[in-house]
Design a protein around this ligand. Structure first.
Ligand code: NA7
Length: 549
């Protein structure tokens, strides 16, 4: 690593962690408990990761709150009360701040510190990690906890810098200096507002803006299959029941494909009568959370015929909710089946299109030509706006790692190694990048998961590995080439058994706004129980597939 302009710190840590979100915080706590010296670098001004950055109005998670929090501390479970079944962002960030305070985490976290480069020093078996401010710190191990969706992506549209009104990306929403949410003075009342993007973030922010905007223009390239969230406050009685059943809650999660509370129906849609199918669909559509995707017939994500049956049902529900039949057709996906992309959960999303103050601009009919000083110019007209919101998502999973110059043995760049798609072992380690571990990395079980459940699994597994190495006086861990190739092949096979590859989505690494990026599968679609069993088996066989020395 060049030291010409970089200030090397004297202290050498056992571990450097990049990121102080849910994964980085727990990894710090775990390793510190085991006696490792740890330094965390966090680009943000405080803890929270996703929940620190995504402060747009309406932001909340789609996991049942009580299935989302950390499970490792009974005291924390007893102390914390979620107020809603699906908590809003400020509450989740308040929760993560409580965790940071309770376990005294901040002392080992350096905030406002974006990692620019990380280079493996082969002579010393150490990582040299340089920040944007020019400082450089060394550690034996490097752990990325950068989050799967943390590299905000602006649209590749000309003129974004010309726009003179207020504009925000949902994932970089300005912070309220006195609270956990977004800046309170950002007001939609009486304004003409444009939103580009109708993924999970766009859907949430659109619902909020429609309440008070003078006029809201939704610039939609492709619609998604949205379904009702059915959120509500948690009553006193429910609170007591939740607190008494945490072991069952976490156990149910651990048995399910994506670690959610929703277990699949054991029947096949294609073998069930239309009446019985309708009965299950109706029940799930009226129920809270992701059940509509995850508690559905077990063939809807693997059999195109079953998927069409489910898609047709959801399409009819959308038609029932939109007054204008032509508009309804524009809001029904035609290029992918239900569940093959992330299903945004919504509250009155479709109904907002029945309001006079909301207009859909279908970009497949009239594409955006450019952003202008005044607003958005499509092939048909220029929309003058007071505020423009980019809900255009992220450079997914590998994006946050590729934005750091990571170099392994022989100076090899991680970005180059992954140019044709990621190759990993268990989504946790990469051949040629010794002593580097990727929490929630590409091809990791945590990529299609109620994420804190899998973060705990990742963190505990990595902690055990480091403990094993210390106990056995081992200083070097690297995925073996054949183990990496086998895992990468297994990940592709697991996805090929599902319908995920039939859709363009962030799961498949599609990001047309980044011209450098080729699509490449990013998620592990074999299910969390299978992933966890594989990780446990590898550990039980003395870390089979790793070179340890
Ligand atoms: P997503 O799900 O990636 O959605 C991004 C949206 O932005 C999607 O509707 C895109 O349309 C749209 N988009 C992106 N680029 C453009 C351009 N250039 N022009 C027009 N429209 C564009 O991101 P989210 O933030 O909503 O959600 C990400 C995850 O966060 C989600 O899966 C949850 O797990 C939480 P497209 O469909 O590509 O036509």
């Amino acid at each position: 690593m060049s030291t010409g302009t970089e200030q090397a710190s004297a202290e050498i840590f056992d571990v450097i962690i990049i990121g102080a979100g849910i994964a980085g915080m727990y990894q710090l706590l775990k390793l510190r408990e085991l006696g490792f010296s740890v330094k965390v670098f966090e680009a943000g001004g405080d803890v929270g990761g996703t929940w620190y950055w995504n402060r747009y109005p309406g932001c909340r998670f789609d996991s049942e709150s009580y299935s989302y929090g950390y499970s490792f501390s009974q005291e924390l479970l007893d102390e914390w009360q979620w107020s809603e079944h699906f908590a809003p962002q400020p509450e989740t960030l308040r929760y993560l701040n409580l965790v940071a305070d309770k376990f005294d985490l901040r002392g080992d976290i350096q905030f406002d510190s974006r990692v620019k480069r990380a280079v493996f020093d082969e002579d010393n078996s150490q990582w040299a990690v340089a920040l944007e401010d020019g400082s450089c710190t060394r550690a034996q191990f490097l752990i990325s906890a950068t989050g799967p969706l943390s590299a905000p992506q602006m649209p590749n549209i000309a003129g974004t810098e010309d726009y003179q009104g207020e504009s925000f990306h949902t994932a970089l929403w300005p912070r309220d200096p006195d609270g956990f949410g977004g800046r309170k003075d950002i007001d939609f009342t009486g304004k003409r507002i444009g939103v580009i993007g109708t993924g999970a973030s766009g859907v949430q922010v659109i619902q909020e803006i429609a309440k008070s905007a003078q006029q809201l223009f939704v610039f939609q390239r492709h619609p998604n299959w949205c379904a009702p969230l059915k959120n509500g406050p948690i009553s006193e009685k429910e609170q007591r029941e939740i607190k008494a059943s945490y072991p069952e809650i976490f156990n149910t999660c651990s048995e399910n494909f994506g670690s959610f509370l929703h277990s699949p129906d054991s029947r096949l849609a294609v073998e069930t009568s239309p009446e019985d199918r309708e009965a299950l669909f109706d029940e799930l559509y009226a129920a809270p959370g992701f059940g509509i995707a995850l508690a559905n017939f077990r063939d809807i994500m693997v059999d195109p015929k079953a998927n069409t049956i489910a898609s047709d049902y959801i399409a009819d529900r959308i038609r029932q909710r939109i007054d204008d039949p032509q508009l309804a057709e524009q809001l029904i996906p035609k290029n992918h089946g239900f569940g093959t992309r992330r299903v945004p959960l919504e509250t009155n999303y479709y109904e907002v299109y029945n309001q006079d103050n909301v207009s859909l601009v279908d970009l497949r009919e009239t594409p955006i030509e450019r952003i202008t000083e005044l607003g958005v110019a499509t092939t048909e007209q220029e929309y003058a706006l007071d505020m423009l919101i980019y809900a255009t998502g992220f450079d997914p999973v590998t994006g946050s790692l590729n934005r750091i110059d990571i170099r392994g043995t022989g100076g090899q760049k991680l970005k180059d190694k992954w140019a044709d798609g990621p190759q990993t072992y268990l989504g946790l380690q990469i051949e040629g990048f010794p002593n580097f571990l990727t929490l929630v990395g590409p091809h990791n079980g945590a990529t299609l998961c109620n994420i804190p459940r899998c973060i705990e699994q990742n963190v505990e597994w990595v902690s055990e590995l480091l403990l094993h190495m210390r106990t056995n006086k081992l200083a070097y861990v690297e995925a073996a080439k054949d183990a990496e190739a086998d895992w990468t092949e297994h990940v592709a096979e697991a996805a090929a058994r599902t319908l995920f590859p039939t859709a363009d989505s962030w799961f498949m690494g599609v990001n047309r706004n980044n011209p450098e990026r080729k699509p490449g599968l990013l998620v592990y679609a074999g299910g969390v129980p299978r992933y966890k069993a594989k990780c446990d088996e590898v550990a039980a066989r003395d870390y089979e597939g790793f070179v340890l020395k």
